[in-house]
Design a protein around this ligand. Structure first.
Ligand code: ADP
Ligand code: ZN
Ligand code: ZN
Length: 748
């Protein structure tokens, strides 16, 4: 047995391992991720390394391969923790160790530190004044300007840029003066800081009893040595962020650090400022708009203790703090917490694993107005501790929500995108100068087909997900591959209004302008936000009341608060309901609840209209009542019935192939491989074409495995990985690649 070992643990060097022999006495004691002691280099100095691969195949002459000296078990450094976390991710989600390490280690290349230079006088004032007079006499204008400035501010250091810029003095002149001992040029290194902190610390809010209860419970558990996961279920404005701040305060008092994850899209200036106002210079932010230098510096600041708190998206989880004490995941239901590249990890599970690996452990706090089924389920089973915050502290009353039945509208002869009730309310808001948001739910796949007269949706008889329209007049199930021809007549009501739904933001904008030519409309979608900064520009224009109506996709439901929005219209509430995956109802409920929550943030009462062809669907009814529990109970029953996560676990084996037939054959082969070693209680589905069946001429298909035991899925994954690897080694798998996705969140 041979072990590939890396010694230099940096992002760039992980793919340059050295090979060692595993001596008999260490067999069984060494695993991927193990720290080992090895002889290194010509002098065979002992070094510490980490095993990233185990193999039977020597890379060269086995006689020349050195032996591992020992394995060291203690977890001491941040590197040990990163290594173990990467090994866990590799095993838990399926990927190479190198890909896992790349994910876990901060990506930024070493960057030079920034320096500020300052200029000050090196002689006493009397000498300087004499020199100045001499310069005036000799008409040495540049020297005169600089000495004048220095004499006027004898206590200050003058920034170098000011001297070369405003005073317009050449750098040669500065150098000459410095060489003559007249002035002194000092350099000071500093960290790049992405946001200028406001130093004014604001008074802490006096927490409500409910808020205080959460903080007390978490503190008490911590004191007793328990490191738990907590779920705070609380509507927007119920005071979750204030609780986070109090919890972080406590952790910092204990000399530890805090990681706060926020979905990138919700990482607004307003949110950041809340933390900055409270923690000043001790907090920093990571996000995709930072330069490599800024990113590098934030990681350095975390490592060296220059900050205590980092705020950022998924990847901020891997901030190298010396002693993380709490990990907070806000809006924990967001699909952005799941990585879409290998390893396809979920930040929530990875945070919990990380907290176990930390020498002193960390508390994990999840927060959401609409928790993921996963988290709420685990809170129900007692795995997480649940807290509920039910009051909105910002004032403002919850909006009145009405459902408009689009089947009824058709019967009344209304063929427009707007129901009569929505038209009436838009009219009213325009006349009163209040604002309206029109949200089109485009989350689903445009391919689903329904009857516009009765709302009937064509579904797979085996999987209970919507069928998608494919070319050639076929309806296809993306889970099991079931197919049927497209029908022209609705099998339920015999109407001929059977079609796939196609309406975009552009059409809605046009329609608003047609109905109300005087209305000023802003539109926000993928097209209008392509340019950098355009997203913020549109939102602030709307906040400044430069428009009456904002039309948009899911982008408009997050972030900013608009106190003057008193009407929200949700135009195609069904759209996401028929996306062909098992999370369709959950996503619909979350979107509708969030969108509805946009109305009535200010003092004025708000209205929400949910337009739907399926007004009786539980996710729509529960969203209209803003009743999470009602939704959860229905949804968990469905997941239970069909063995979907979180009640069971599911692995999607994703195959990508240049050739469709070859890909399908290989997918079938993988299924057979698993069936030959079938474990009790597992169910195989597929292969079937993926919901996006082809991208860039690469065909995509999937095999699904459901099983309540996660370890069983890992067993199958390992089986396939080994098989795939052996084919790759023989050069037989050149046009096919395979990825694994455990408990998938994003459609494939
Ligand atoms: P969430 O994170 O759940 O949306 P926030 O923590 O942002 O809620 O709280 C909503 C608003 O209520 C904020 O303006 C916040 O400053 C205020 N707030 C929160 N807790 C309190 C409190 N205990 N007393 C007074 N105001 C509070
Ligand atoms: Zn019908
Ligand atoms: Zn099916």
């Amino acid at each position: 047995m041979y072990a590939n070992v890396i010694i230099d643990i940096s992002h760039e060097k992980v793919d340059k391992p050295f090979q060692y022999k595993v001596p008999d006495k260490l067999t069984g004691k060494i695993d991927i991720g193990s720290p080992v002691v090895i002889p290194f280099g010509r002098g065979n100095t002992t070094r510490k390394g980490f095993v990233i691969e185990l193999t039977d195949e020597p890379n060269w002459d086995p006689a020349k391969i050195k032996e591992i000296i020992d394995v060291s078990d203690e977890v001491v450094s941040a590197q040990d923790i990163s290594m173990r976390l990467a090994a866990w991710m590799k095993r838990h989600y399926g990927s190479t160790m190198i890909a896992a390490l790349r994910t876990v280690l901060p990506a930024a290349k070493k960057q030079n530190r920034q320096v500020h230079k300052y200029i000050s006088l090196r002689m006493d004032l009397r000498q300087a004044r004499d020199l100045y007079n001499e310069c005036v006499r000799k008409k040495q204008k540049a020297r005169e300007r600089l000495l004048k400035e220095l004499l006027e501010n004898p206590e200050d250091r003058i920034p170098y840029e000011f001297v070369t810029g405003k005073l317009n003095i050449a750098s040669q002149t500065i150098k000459a003066l410095s060489d003559q001992g007249i002035i002194k040029v000092e350099s000071e290194e500093y960290y790049r800081k992405p946001v200028a902190a406001e130093s004014s610390r604001y008074g802490k809010a006096v927490l409500s009893d409910e808020q205080q209860h959460i903080v007390d419970t978490v503190k008490k558990d911590y004191d007793e040595g328990q490191r738990n996961t907590y779920l705070i279920h609380g509507i927007t404005g119920s005071g979750k962020t204030e609780v986070y701040i109090a919890l972080i305060d406590d952790v910092i008092k204990r000399g530890k650090q805090a990681i706060v994850l926020i979905p990138e899209i919700a990482l607004t200036y307003q949110t950041l400022m809340r933390f900055y106002r409270h923690f000043g210079d001790r907090v920093s932010v990571m996000n995709s708009t930072l330069s490599p230098g800024e990113k590098f510096d934030q990681m350095e600041r975390a490592r060296t203790g220059d900050i205590d708190i980092i705020i950022g998206p998924r990847s901020a989880l891997f901030t190298p703090f010396p002693n993380t004490g709490i990990i907070i995941i806000d809006e924990e239901h967001e699909s952005a917490y799941k990585s879409e590249t290998m390893p396809k990890y979920h930040a929530r599970e990875t945070a919990i694993e990380l907290s176990k690996l930390l020498p002193d452990g960390a508390a994990v706090v999840l927060g959401s107005a609409t928790p993921s089924l996963e988290s709420y389920y685990r809170a129900q089973t007692g795995e997480y501790k649940l807290f509920e915050l039910n009051r909105r502290l910002t004032g403002g009353t919850l909006p009145t929500v009405e459902i408009a039945d689009l089947r009824e509208e058709l019967r009344k002869g209304n063929r427009s995108i707007f129901s009569l009730r929505l038209q009436e309310l838009i009219e009213d808001r325009l006349s009163r100068g209040e604002q309206t948001m029109l949200f089109i739910n485009r989350r689903g796949l445009a391919g689903f087909v329904s009857c516009r007269s009765c709302g009937h949706v064509f579904k797979c008889p085996h999987c209970d997900v919507a069928l998608s329209e494919h070319r050639g007049g076929r309806l296809v199930c993306h889970y099991c591959g079931y197919e049927e021809p497209v029908k022209k007549i609705c099998p339920k009501c015999s109407s001929k209004y059977v079609s796939s739904f196609r309406a975009g933001t552009q059409q809605i904008e046009d329609e608003v302008k047609k109905f109300w030519p005087q209305a000023k409309v802003l539109r926000m979608d993928a097209d209008t936000t392509r340019a950098k900064g355009s997203y913020e520009k549109i939102l602030s224009a709307f906040a400044n009341k430069e428009a009456d109506v904002l039309v948009g996709t899911q982008m408009i439901v997050k972030g900013h608060d608009f106190p003057d929005v008193t009407l929200v219209g949700i135009l195609a509430a069904d759209m996401s309901l028929y996306a062909s995956d098992y999370r369709a109802s959950e996503r619909t409920f979350q979107l509708l609840t969030q969108a509805a929550g946009r109305a009535g943030r200010g003092d004025k009462k708000g209205n929400v209209i949910i337009q739907s062809y399926q007004p009786d669907h539980y996710s729509i009814i529960a969203a209209s009542k803003q009743d999470y529990k009602e939704f959860y109970d229905e949804e968990i029953a469905y997941r239970d019935l069909l063995s979907y996560p979180p009640v069971s676990h599911m692995m999607s084996v994703q195959i990508m192939s240049k050739d469709e037939e070859e890909g399908m054959a290989f997918a079938t082969k993988l299924r057979t491989l698993m069936e030959q070693r079938k474990l009790e209680g597992s169910v195989f589905i597929g292969p079937a074409a993926a919901s996006i069946g082809r991208i860039n001429d690469i065909y995509r298909m999937a095999v699904y495995v459901k099983m309540s035991d996660y370890q069983g899925l890992i067993y199958y994954k390992d089986l396939m990985e080994k098989y795939i690897r052996s084919l790759e080694d023989q050069g037989k798998l050149r046009y096919i690649s395979v990825q694994f996705d455990f408990d998938p969140v994003n459609g494939f």
